[in-house]
Write a protein that binds this ligand. Structure first.
Ligand code: KG4
Ligand code: ZN
Length: 333
């Protein structure tokens, strides 16, 4: 089954052609970073307008790269939510119209399930069941993954998402937007323990997260050292990253142990973080767990993961109806 995936939940317009839920024929992503960069974050109204401009060229690009024509597509899978309503509506309405015009089935997909299924686009996907850490700009959670479509939440952030904390700290340090990648690079030049920040485990035995406290601690440090903090940016970045990564690693490994699984996965934009990858690989090796992390281009928002997830719903016979709508907040399917 050849599935066209469409993703437009935040600031990336993406389309992909994926065969049988696992083989990527093409994956096209139009990023809006340049549009939002001057504002230090995503401006929803600008995001919607950019999606409208990009959706047709991105779908055409995905078809061209895959060497396919619209008539060869068997079904369409599109992000239904969570995300920015105006952004989601562009992809969702396009997908409805496109599938209707072609006379093929289509299905709306939960973006978070899409991230979890991104590991099935890699050479060595995990066997079920496994524990997944999803850390992105909009969400942070731990999931017990029973099958492609049975994904149980074990814990999630109570305030900021991990990626959001990276972005906010980067902004405070004057490192631009989005900040995850820059802090990742900057932290390599710093000392992990020179400037320690709190490690918010909350309950050490539970799986909820809270990252707003670390962000506030960084802000206080900057206020207290107004004249000197700019000389210590690598150490601040490294200290901040040590706190975030330590908590994410601890909770993922603990969740896997409690569930008695043998495999863990890390997905979402923050899964591209080199220090997080290293720490989780180290901690998992100590416990004899196999680690599955997609390559960076599949960690960030993309449509291949939406096509891969949709394939499994479509195979079960799931279809979305013309009067269905997008949703902004996490909804249990
Ligand atoms: O999954 P994603 O592309 O979009 C959402 O669904 O939110 O994640 C974007 C987030 C941003 O907050 C970005 O700063 C973060 O992922 N990110 C990183 C890295 N690369 C991207 N965070 C830490 N280290 C990185 N290398
Ligand atoms: Zn995402």
């Amino acid at each position: 089954m050849l599935v066209l995936g469409i993703e437009s939940s935040c600031d990336e317009t993406a389309a992909a052609l994926v065969l049988s839920g696992s083989t990527i024929l093409s994956s096209s992503v139009a990023s809006q970073i340049d549009t939002h960069h001057p504002y230090g974050g995503v401006v929803p109204e600008l995001a919607s307008r950019k999606h409208i401009e990009s959706i047709v060229p991105v779908v055409e690009d995905a078809l061209k790269k895959a060497g396919k024509t619209p008539g060869q597509i068997d079904a369409v899978s599109v992000t239904q939510g969570p995300g920015l309503i105006g952004s989601l509506l562009v992809g969702y309405s396009f997908a409805k119209g496109y599938a209707y015009a072609l006379g093929i089935p289509w299905v709306g997909i939960n973006h978070l399930e899409g991230h979890v299924n991104s590991v099935f686009l890699t050479q060595a996907p995990p066997a079920f069941p496994f524990t997944a850490l999803l850390a992105s700009g909009g969400h942070t959670g731990i999931y017990h993954v029973v099958s492609h479509t049975e994904i149980e939440i074990m814990g999630q952030t109570r305030d900021d998402a991990a990626g959001e904390a990276y972005d906010k700290v980067a902004k405070m340090l004057g490192l631009g937007y989005p900040g995850g990648h820059v802090i990742d690079g900057m932290a390599k030049k710093g000392d992990l323990f020179n400037i320690p920040f709190p490690k918010p485990y909350l309950d050490k035995n539970a799986f909820d997260f809270s990252f707003s406290g670390i962000k506030t601690a960084v802000s206080r440090y900057i206020q207290k050292h107004t004249d000197t903090f700019s000389d210590n940016i690598p150490d601040i970045a490294a200290g901040f990253q040590e706190s975030v990564v330590e908590v994410l690693t601890h909770k993922l490994i603990m969740a896997a142990e409690i569930k008695g699984v043998n495999h863990v996965a890390v997905v979402g934009g923050v899964a591209a973080n080199t220090y997080l990858r290293k720490r989780i690989e180290g901690a998992a090796a100590e416990k004899g767990l196999s680690v599955h992390i997609p390559p960076p281009e599949l960690c960030g928002d993309n449509a291949a993961m939406i096509a891969a997830t949709g394939y499994h719903y479509l195979k079960k016979g799931d279809r979305s109806s013309m009067d269905s709508d997008v949703f902004s907040k996490v909804k249990v399917k």
